[in-house]
Design a protein around this ligand. Sequence first.
Ligand SMILES: NC(=O)c1ccc[n+]([C@@H]2O[C@H](COP(=O)([O-])OP(=O)(O)OC[C@H]3O[C@@H](n4cnc5c(N)ncnc54)[C@H](O)[C@@H]3O)[C@@H](O)[C@H]2O)c1
Length: 320
Amino acid sequence: MNKIRVAVLGYGHLGKWHCQKVVAHSDRVEFVAIVEKFPAGQIQAKTNHPGLRVVSDVSEIMGEIDAAFVVTPTSVHFELVKLLLENDKHVFCEKPLCSNDHEALALKKIALDKKVVLQVGHSERFHEAWERLVPRLHALKTPYTVRINRVAPFKGRATDVDVVQDLAIHDLDLLMYLFKQKPKKIKASGIKIRTNKWDHATIQVEMEEGCEAIIVVGRNHVKEMRDIEVISQDGMIFVDLFMNKILEAPKGEVSEGVFVKEDTYPKRDHLMLEHRHFYDSIQNGLKSVVGLYDGLAAVHLIDCTLESMDRHEAVIVKWT
Ligand SMILES: NC(=O)c1ccc[n+]([C@@H]2O[C@H](COP(=O)([O-])OP(=O)(O)OC[C@H]3O[C@@H](n4cnc5c(N)ncnc54)[C@H](O)[C@@H]3O)[C@@H](O)[C@H]2O)c1
């Protein structure tokens, strides 16, 4: 089987890790080049990957690649993904796929005509916890309530976007994936603390069948927390995504006199799994694990959330 010729676009915080994963798959992938727009990143890329081509614009290597990883700031995802699709390249784009519904619609029009793989980097889907819990979550009796926290101290990254595009996108995507329900109404509020964009957001989501979720995301918190709790008439499930723990308080006892069960699961290399899926989709025709429609749906929910925050009122989510 021919090796897939790939480039990584963007050699910043995450681009470095994507490059490592490309190198780790050298049995099935040929690493053609790193595309980094700015000199500081180019120097780092050359230092860390001696002998590899480093160019400043993707057009310089377009004719030499089959696929590309877009790991640039979100604000340039659209123009790069569009260009790659127009040139019939397979694309792995870091989340979010693009910045808004308007761009999403344009990408959809192009992507549907192309016979290429498009995968979006919704990496939070790759926790081992979901393999254990998804069948149960899909079968949960309604109504139930979901609460999600994703907060961290300020890291100075991703300030080209707000906290909804940077963090809440993971949780809006997870809601649809874990509970197989599409949100129908969103009421969100936000606070600008450190940047001129939303740094903290509280998002109330009304789902189908009377279920509700509340998502809290923040990038100016005192500590790092990533967890999800689900409360239904059968009890409570709490997943600590930071500590890789599942705690459960079911309706009855878990054993004599004990009401809380604790389990741990191994931390996995999500990026490695995402790369493997991408290459499998290209070489073996497997369906994209997080494809075009997942990427578009998440962007749509971001748009609705931001609209609600700007207008200070609930927004009905329209699905076409
Ligand atoms: N899946 C996750 O959990 C996760 C985690 C972190 C970041 N991300 C996403 O990854 C993307 C990159 O984030 P980051 O933290 O690495 O950002 P970053 O700013 O550290 O790096 C981006 C790099 O892209 C370069 N760049 C900008 N425009 C370019 C262009 N046109 N062509 C080539 N290079 C260009 C910049 O110079 C920079 O080096 C963002 O979309 C972010 O949302 C995802």
